[in-house]
Design a protein around this ligand. Structure first.
Ligand code: VGL
Ligand code: ZN
Length: 200
């Protein structure tokens, strides 16, 4: 428990839990683990996937497209998802057993209709920032411990962008669960290792 350390809890929201619109297998298992972890940190930040209706990452926004297909958007390839984490809906809410009382910041991302954001730092156009790096730097939180859902999407992109922004980053594997779409989980771990993300 050090004052330069921060636990970053990624997207532990109902739609990513079994029964939700974009369920991550065994996603619920991270909840008690994260609650235990959070009790040991002075600094805790949560992220929340927070899309407007008709978001560009939803298959339903593109005629003839189905979830899990990939299309080209102005900024590049985009996987299409079922409608999920729509602002203000129960699916976008945090899991009811996630203990968020000690969280100091809830960073919402993916709120621009035309741009997705797996990363809590940089949106999918790779230009628009969320402001999180500035927040953490102003608070001198240089060592980040990342957990949550999903390992191979929002956790991995967040960890990679955190490294690129100069943070020391550890992903806590047993407090994450992945989607694993066409080998994405193995790819995420090798990309993170190559970028100097620690795995614990
Ligand atoms: C996520 C796909 C779409 C995630 C968010 O939290 O990993 N994945 N939106
Ligand atoms: Zn999303």
């Amino acid at each position: 428990m050090k004052s330069d350390e921060c636990l970053v809890v990624v997207d532990v929201q109902n739609d990513f839990i079994p029964g939700g619109a974009l369920a991550v297998p065994a996603g619920d298992e991270v909840v008690p683990r994260i609650n235990r972890l959070a009790a040991g940190f002075d600094n805790v930040v949560l992220t929340q996937d927070w899309h407007p209706r008709g978001h560009a990452s939803f298959a339903s926004s593109h005629a003839g497209k189905k979830p899990f297909e990939t299309i080209e958007l102005s900024y590049g390839a985009q996987v299409l998802w079922p409608d999920h984490c729509v602002q203000g809906t129960p699916g976008a809410a945090f899991h009811s057993e996630l203990d968020i009382t000690r969280a100091q910041l809830v960073l919402r991302k993916g709120h621009h209709r035309a741009i997705d954001s797996y990363s809590a730092f940089l949106e999918a156009d790779r230009r628009t920032t969320t402001g999180l790096a500035g927040y953490l730097k102003e608070r001198s939180l240089s060592k980040l411990f990342v957990c949550g859902l999903a390992t191979d999407f929002c956790v991995a992109w967040t960890a990679l962008d955190a490294r690129a922004a100069g943070f020391e980053v550890t992903v806590i594997e047993d407090a994450c669960r992945g989607i694993d779409l066409d080998g994405s989980l193995a790819r995420a771990w090798s990309d993170m290792a190559a970028a100097g993300v620690k795995r614990s």
